[in-house]
Design a protein around this ligand. Structure first.
Ligand SMILES: *[C@@H]1O[C@H](CO)[C@@H](O)[C@H](O)[C@H]1NC(C)=O
Ligand SMILES: *[C@@H]1O[C@H](CO)[C@@H](O)[C@H](O)[C@H]1NC(C)=O
Ligand SMILES: *[C@@H]1O[C@H](CO)[C@@H](O)[C@H](O)[C@H]1NC(C)=O
Ligand SMILES: *[C@@H]1O[C@H](CO)[C@@H](O)[C@H](O)[C@H]1NC(C)=O
Length: 448
């Protein structure tokens, strides 16, 4: 009897392993999450209908219009640093894997997701050396549990400038605009040129006035503290070179590249893995591929794993870290570095997240997906019904589905409790999703 049960379980485990996920649908749906995160006046073609206009009074210290952009995660602060990184990542992915977006019928929505961020980032760049990097205060935002449409707390704006610099923020924003200028080059040449002009100024600002943005914007230090800025300057310079082919940007790369090192590979704070992929293409120098190989060999063979095989970097938003690494190694595979084994292992990891682990970590996709994501706007009922901490504390599922959002992820033992009270494992965020979506697009392009 016991033996038979084991056979059945073994058989089922084998079966569930061969489940095929519809990556194209995942990619199509993936862009809905960004719509759910939209701040400002929503357009007529908005598909996520449970959202409405919000934060229409977001302003700079001199009254500049700062409406628009994306709410960061489950909360409603607009943090410029991860938002710019998200825009860079989406632009990079669409540029290099446009075929996947065409195959999935998602190219238009992909471009719109980028433009929603870049339109806002353009507004934030109010002077040659002046860039707003945050609207809203973390602590003040986090004390209430409401819809963004009903927010009443104060939402001050914070900038970097020549006397309070932020090379990381300015260079990442330059990277986002340079990458987006390439995305829009044929679709709208005027917009593309506008983005590139701002990118040039922002890159010079980043390079000429050096410092960490989180030393200039104190509130950001509690949420997205930058560990350093040379990696963003190199990343920004590589993107400026890709967009302009002007040697002066390559000179900055050559000057600063030797000073930067891998920390966690690739994330909103660490651009090294992405730099190596980009420079491998731009220079043809094999040293960058060698670095990627060393990095990926470690990730796939030596990094710790959960009992079910997920490559694991830490309790907080574990899947974000895994996806960032998979993205870099899938890109390395595209450039001929151990292609077959990296792709096979990456697909296995992504399938774990879509359901092979026993439950899906992507809202609205697969079986047993999260219904209690730590995400304020979707947890609240429609206006004019009140929201508040009782909704946070209740055991009922979120009122709306923040479809396509990937939650933080499991703990070291593959454990995950679907509760709003566990933000480290069950919150959603723009940058989590961007790397996941980017990995999925590569699988679509490969025809998986
Ligand atoms: C997040 O990723 C998943 C999987 O690709 C997707 O379903 C979801 O819609 C994505 N959201 C965004 C904003 O990319
Ligand atoms: C420069 O930025 C700092 C930090 O955000 C701010 O306090 C200051 O008012 C800004 N200076 C100007 C001239 O806008
Ligand atoms: C192209 O971009 C410009 C500048 O942002 C904008 O004014 C114009 O409406 C855009 N054209 C189209 C066809 O979208
Ligand atoms: C994981 O499981 C092991 C063995 O049961 C246990 O010793 C360890 O404390 C668990 N770790 C976590 C983070 O729960």
């Amino acid at each position: 009897m016991e033996f038979k049960t084991n056979v059945v379980i073994f058989f089922l485990a084998g079966l569930s392993f061969s489940v095929c996920y519809d990556y194209k649908t995942v990619l199509q749906k993936s862009l809905l999450f960004y719509e759910a995160q939209r701040s400002g006046k929503l357009p007529a073609d908005q598909k996520v209908k449970w959202r409405a206009d919000s934060a229409l009074n977001d302003k700079g210290i001199h009254g500049e219009d700062l409406t628009g952009g994306y709410y960061d995660a489950g909360d409603f602060v607009k943090f410029g640093f991860p938002m710019a990184f998200t825009a860079t990542l989406l632009s990079w992915n669409i540029l290099d894997h446009e075929k996947a977006y065409v195959k999935a019928g998602a190219l238009e929505d992909g471009r719109k997701a980028i433009k929603w961020a870049t339109d806002y980032l353009l507004k934030c760049h109010v002077g040659k050396n002046q860039l707003y990097g945050q609207v809203g205060l973390g602590e003040l935002d986090h004390v209430s549990w409401t819809r963004p449409e009903d927010m009443t707390m104060e939402r001050p704006a914070f900038m970097i400038n020549a006397s309070a610099p932020g090379s990381d923020l300015a260079a990442e924003t330059a990277a986002a605009m340079a990458a987006a200028s390439l995305v829009f080059k044929t679709a709208n040449a005027t917009y593309s040129a506008l983005l590139l002009e701002h990118a040039r100024q922002l890159f010079d600002f980043a390079n000429d006035y050096r410092g960490k943005y989180s030393d200039s914007i104190a509130d950001a230090k509690n949420f997205y503290p930058s560990s350093n800025y040379p990696d963003e300057i190199v990343w920004g310079a590589a993107w400026m070179y890709r967009a302009t082919r002007e040697q002066k940007y390559m000179k900055v790369v050559d000057e600063l590249y030797p000073t930067i090192q891998y920390w966690d590979g690739f994330s909103w704070d660490d651009k090294k893995g992405g730099i190596d992929v980009l420079l491998a293409d731009l220079t043809g120098d094999s040293k960058y591929l060698d670095k990627l190989k060393t990095f990926c060999e470690y990730a796939f063979n030596k990094q710790s794993r959960t009992p079910k095989g997920l490559i694991f970097y830490g309790e907080s938003a574990s899947l974000r870290s895994t996806n960032n690494v998979l993205l870099i190694c899938l890109e390395a595979a595209q450039r001929g570095v151990n292609a077959e084994s990296y792709r096979k292992e990456s697909k296995k990891q992504l399938d774990y997240m879509l359901g092979d682990s026993g439950s899906s970590y992507v809202v609205g996709i697969g079986k047993n997906y999260p219904t209690h994501a730590h995400h304020r706007s979707s947890s609240c009922p429609d206006h004019p019904k009140p929201c508040g901490w009782t909704f946070f504390n209740s055991d009922l599922p979120n009122y709306h589905m923040v479809e396509g959002a990937i939650v933080g992820g499991p703990g070291a033992n593959d454990t995950h409790v679907d509760t709003r009270k566990d933000a480290p494992h069950n919150e959603v965020a723009c940058d989590f999703n961007a790397s996941f979506q980017a990995c999925i697009a590569i699988l679509v392009e490969l025809g998986y």
